[in-house]
Each structure stands twice: as C-alpha cells, then as structure tokens.
Design a protein around this ligand. Structure first.
Ligand SMILES: Nc1ncnc2c1ncn2[C@@H]1O[C@H](COP(=O)(O)OP(=O)(O)OP(=O)(O)O)[C@@H](O)[C@H]1O
Ligand SMILES: [Mg+2]
Length: 297
C-alpha cells in the first residue's frame, strides 16, 4: 500500500486520515516484524555462542586434565628408574658389597640399563613434544623406502625368529620415493613391526606388504596376535596408552609411546595411519605416505 501522511490530508478529510493511520500502522507493524526477526537472529546467535563457549570450556578442562595426567605419568616413569639407580648407588657407595666385585658389576649394569631406558624415554618425549608443537626441524630428503624397509625388516626378523613367529614380507619391485626424515620414517616402520611381533604369541604370523597405489606408498603389517578391543582403538595414538591386554603383559613390553610417536611423525609427513583389529584374532596397521613429487622441498 502506498503510504499516506497526515500532513497531506485536508483537516476534515476523515478517509484520508484513516488511510494515513492505516499506513502508519502498516509501517509500524513491518518495523516491529523486522525487529522481531532481528531479535530472533540475535537470540539464535547468542545460543550458538553459548554452546560454543561451553564446548571450548569443556575442551579446556579436558586439556588441563590431560596435561595433569601426562605430568603425573612422566614423573612416575622417571621416578621409578631414577630411584632404582639411586638405591643401587647407595648400596655400592655404602660399602654393603665390599669385596663382592661380581655383585657390584651386576648392580651397576642394571643401573646403566635403567639409565639407558630413561634417556630413550626422554628422547621419545622430546621428539613427541617437538612434533606436536611443529618445532621439530625435520630435515627431509628424498628417501628410498625400499632400502629403509629392508634394513628394518632384517632387524625385526631376528626378534620374530626368537619368538618363533612366522615372519614374511612382500615388497613391490618398484616402490615410490618419499620426501621425509630418514630417522623418523624408520621409527614408524620399526614401531609398527615391533608391535606386531611383540603382541603376537609363538606360533603366530606377521606379514608385511609394501606397494604403490594412487601416488601413495602403502605399507601394511598384519599379525595374528592378541588383537585390540574395539573401544580401545580410538585411544591407540594417545601418549602412554596401553590396552588392557598389553598392560597385563607387564611394563617390560612397552610404555605406550610407540604409536603416539608414529601418528605425529606420519602427520608431519602428510601421511595417514589406520588400525583394524579383531580382539583375540589379530591386527592390521596400514600406513600411507604421499610419493615424492619432483621439485618438492
Ligand atoms: N599389533 C598389535 N596387536 C595388539 N595390540 C596392539 C598392537 N599394536 C598396538 N597395540 C596396542 O596399542 C597399545 C599402544 O601401542 P604403542 O606402540 O603406543 O605402545 P607399546 O607398544 O605398548 O609401548 P612402546 O611402543 O612405548 O614400547 C599397546 O599397548 C597395545 O595395547
Ligand atoms: Mg609399541
């Protein structure tokens, strides 16, 4: 409707006045409607902001709890071996084993081993935190993956043989080159194969395969070991996570750092890692890395 203003009406023209009132009412109504819809948008946005805030807050709490848990676990992992070394030194320096050189050497060797394990734990933690912060200087180069795989496999084969596990591998004749850090890429293969052999009992099998597909290098490790429970799979890449079955096998078998390191290394190389497992039947871990492109640096 065309708007009519009072000013334009003659003093006794009631119909003009009524039209003016009507148009004023319509304008008012439409302003109120747009105000209401604006308020509705505002209300919706504030609700979204509140939900987002609540989400961020619980994420912050979760992160703070994870940090506390992490500090607790690291302190524990460091305290136990250091306390053992301290006790050994006290026994020797206190003269309790005077004249028993053999026993002294035995204890000192044990202390050296605990210190070696502690240094390796610290190195892993350092590598983890650097990779997580993105501060690790990766010093990448063009890698011949087959050479790395063969040298890792030769090492792991000895371990599998010792455990009486059937160990086999099949690598395609042409594997793509990958642009990466040789030490870190090696650790990925070592950790995954080590897990497969470690969590497979005597008589079981571990088989490896590497091939090229869709411009990626694929590597998978399949074992007939203890397997992983479905609810544990999403936690496998958490620092210090060990499955129930693995924990029952004792601390000697690991600390739950391998896969968390693997995941961060693979992320830093734009790769992907995935785990499929059937509890009590076996596990398959698949890794893929983008193949080296000419000019990549
Ligand atoms: N092939 C596998 N078969 C069964 N369980 C596995 C396998 N690989 C990993 N897991 C489970 O995932 C957990 C985490 O693996 P991860 O490699 O991070 O730790 P770890 O092997 O226990 O210790 P670390 O690697 O520090 O020596 C293991 O403790 C185990 O429960
Ligand atoms: Mg491991």
């Amino acid at each position: 409707m065309k708007s009519v203003h009072f000013k334009r009406c003659k003093p006794y023209d009631t119909s003009c006045h009524l039209k003016a009132i009507q148009s004023w009412h319509d304008e008012f109504e439409s302003s109120i409607k747009s105000l209401i819809s604006y308020l509705e948008v505002l209300n919706k946005r504030s609700k979204e902001a509140r939900t987002e805030c609540r989400k961020n807050y619980s994420k912050m709490i979760e992160l703070a709890q994870a940090k506390t848990r992490f500090i607790h676990e690291v302190s524990h992992e460091l305290k136990v071996p250091l306390a053992a070394v301290y006790n050994i030194l006290n026994v020797i320096l206190g003269g309790y084993l005077k004249g028993d050189a053999k026993k002294q050497i035995e204890l000192l060797s044990r202390a050296r081993l605990r210190l070696k394990e502690t240094v390796s734990l610290l190195n892993d933690l350092l590598a983890l935190s650097r990779l997580e912060e993105g501060t690790a200087k990766l010093e990448k180069e063009t890698l011949n993956i087959k050479t790395i795989l063969i040298s890792v496999v030769k090492e792991m084969e000895k371990y599998a043989k010792k455990k009486k596990i059937q160990f086999s591998w099949q690598f395609a004749s042409h594997l793509p080159f990958v642009f990466g850090n040789p030490e870190l890429i090696r650790r990925v293969f070592e950790n995954i194969i080590d897990n497969a052999v470690k969590y497979t009992n005597s008589g079981g099998t571990v088989s490896l395969k590497a091939f090229r597909e869709d411009n990626f290098l694929y590597f998978w490790v399949k074992d007939t070991g203890i397997g992983i429970k479905e609810d544990e799979i999403p936690k496998l890449f958490d620092v210090f996570f060990r499955g129930n079955q693995a924990r029952q096998r004792g601390k000697k078998e690991g600390m739950g750092l391998g896969l968390s390191l693997v995941k961060r290394i693979i992320d830093a190389h734009k790769g992907v890692v995935s785990v499929k497992s059937k509890f009590g039947q076996g596990t398959t871990v698949t890794v893929k890395f983008p193949e080296y492109k000419k000019g990549e640096s």
